[in-house]
Design a binder for this molecule. Structure first.
Ligand SMILES: *Cc1c(COP(=O)(O)O)cnc(C)c1O
Length: 449
């Protein structure tokens, strides 16, 4: 079937052979589809998170010391840049540390908390516990807890979304059920169970875990399904990341305009998190921000969907890939049908990363910068390498008249998860990365690694 699609045979052959590639989006700048979310929707998500600030601090005392409860640092990564870039002529690298977001330890804190807070607000208003403009602190009272306890929140996940939804739902008093795919790590399931979350394990992939959750909810009138494949509330929670990032860039002395381009690289699974962030960033910075997704070579679902130009859903299985990767957060066969059509207008491109590259980057980030991230998050590291050191990247610079401006460029590598990974697992990942790096140096590969 794939042969009838608009994917060039060269790209298709490379995808099938799992050769890392950069695909550039020729429909960037097209009009958004009708019914697309608007900047007003982002403001309402920002507002929700702001008015729930006190509630979050009540629910999680560890948030007290933080200026913004669910935010992460933006830090320069000069040693990593030095090791991986030819020179500073290509711009300056920063790491956006969502791997260290509190409570959930991943980017899923943004979308997941937003959706559960919206649900809690709505139920409390409907049941007369909360006035529209009332203090959200009441959502942490025994009365509210009793109300929420009559409801079950259900989600399907490869791991991190389950952690975000499960922990927040349980904290508010909801019953929580998380359907986990076969990729989900044992420690993530164990951790959720400690929070009292009902974890149901499946032998199938992400899509089948989501389908199982959806089916369960259809049977339960008191069930609420967080639909990672279609959820606007998740998407907008992610989009709300843009405004604080803009403030951080400003504080770091980074200008973003025609002379000073901004590049953002975000690991992509189903597309909700990177899509929401891209949507927020484009709303703020328009043509001055260039957003790229990173996907595993085994699971390039957004690339396949967008490169096909098809409005019909297409999966990586359709082109003969197996969707098997150590990047458990990105092991998704089919892109979100909510997000893909929006990205067709907003996304600059997508590159793919092999599992070896993920572990090598994970090791480097820890060794050189002292930041531990999980394999999925390490995909972000190769973005500026693709942009500044490959023919495809240089073609993009040329197309957008960026050559003379690259020295002023800001590159944001969006690190998406890792803080909760247990020590024993960390060591396994680091050893594996060190081994891959040593081997690639031995054979003198000039590859991305
Ligand atoms: C979920 C996840 C992503 C990607 O988010 P999607 O919404 O699935 O595209 C990236 N990195 C990590 C660590 C994740 O858990």
């Amino acid at each position: 079937m794939a042969d009838e699609l608009r994917i060039s045979s060269e790209l298709l052959d490379g995808l099938r052979e799992k050769r890392p590639a950069l695909w550039l989006n020729s429909s960037l700048g097209a009009l958004l589809p009708t019914g697309a979310p608007t900047p007003l929707d982002i403001f309402s998500a920002e507002d929700r998170l702001r008015r729930c600030d006190g509630l979050l601090r009540k629910l999680f005392p560890e948030l007290h010391a933080r200026a913004l409860p669910i935010e992460s640092e933006l830090v320069e990564v000069p040693a990593l840049q030095k090791a991986m870039a030819e020179s500073k002529a290509g711009g300056t690298w920063f790491l956006k540390c969502d791997h260290a977001l509190p409570i959930a330890g991943s980017i899923k804190a943004r979308g997941g908390f937003h959706e559960i807070l919206a649900l809690a607000e709505r139920l409390a208003v409907q049941n007369g516990l909360l006035k529209e403009d009332g203090d959200r602190g009441v959502l942490a009272t025994a009365e509210a807890k009793a109300l929420f306890n009559s409801r079950t929140v259900v989600v399907g996940s490869t791991g991190n979304l389950g952690m975000s939804i499960g922990i927040m739902a349980a904290a508010l008093g909801f019953k929580a059920v998380v359907h986990m795919s076969t990729d989900a790590k044992a420690w993530k399931k164990a951790r959720l169970r400690r929070y009292g979350v009902n974890v149901i394990e499946h032998a199938g992939d992400y899509a089948s875990a989501v389908a199982a959750g959806r089916a369960e909810c259809e049977q339960d009138p008191n069930g609420y399904f967080v639909d990672d494949e279609h959820s606007l509330m998740l998407f907008l929670g992610y989009a709300a990341a843009a405004t604080p990032l803009a403030a951080q860039l400003k504080a770091a002395g980074r200008t973003v305009d025609a002379e000073n381009p901004l590049f953002v690289y975000i690991p992509c699974g189903v597309g909700g998190a990177p899509g929401g962030i891209t949507f927020g960033m484009k709303a703020l910075f328009g043509d001055h921000v260039h957003c790229f997704f990173a996907e595993p070579t085994a699971s390039p679902c957004m690339m396949v969907q967008l490169a096909s130009g098809s409005s019909e859903p297409l999966s990586v299985y359709d082109i003969g890939l197996d969707n098997r990767t150590e990047a458990d957060g990105l092991a998704v066969g089919q892109a979100s049908p909510l997000v893909a059509p929006l990205m067709a207008s907003l996304l600059s491109g997508i590159y793919t990363v092999s599992d070896d590259e993920l572990f090598a980057a994970l090791y480097r980030l820890y060794d050189l910068e002292g930041r531990f991230v999980e394999p999925s998050a390490a995909a972000a590291v190769y973005g500026p390498v693709w942009l500044t050191r490959t023919d495809e990247g240089r073609a993009y610079q040329q197309d957008f008249d960026l050559n003379s401006r690259m020295a002023n460029a800001t590159h944001v590598l969006w690190s998406t998860g890792g803080d909760l990974v247990p020590d024993a697992e960390r060591q396994i990942f680091l050893d594996r990365g060190a081994g891959i790096l040593a081997r690639s140096r031995c054979v003198g590969e000039t590859h991305m690694i």
